[in-house]
Design a protein around this ligand. Structure first.
Ligand SMILES: [Zn+2]
Length: 55
């Protein structure tokens, strides 16, 4: 499972956890609905998220 971060505010979506605050179960980032936006700053889905590189 991968993690993706918002380039605007560094919010992280973790595929293995989802986002319970926003009502998203664990799921692949690519399967999030089109209306998904960053819960912290509201940027658009996908365009403004980048994969978190493995460390
Ligand atoms: Zn954000």
């Amino acid at each position: 499972m991968a993690r993706y971060y918002c380039t605007g505010c560094n919010y992280i979506f973790d595929e293995s956890e989802g986002d319970s605050r926003e009502g998203y179960p664990p799921m692949p980032f690519d399967e999030l609905p089109d209306e998904f936006t960053c819960p912290d700053c509201g940027v658009r889905y996908k365009e403004d998220f980048e994969a978190v590189p493995d460390e």
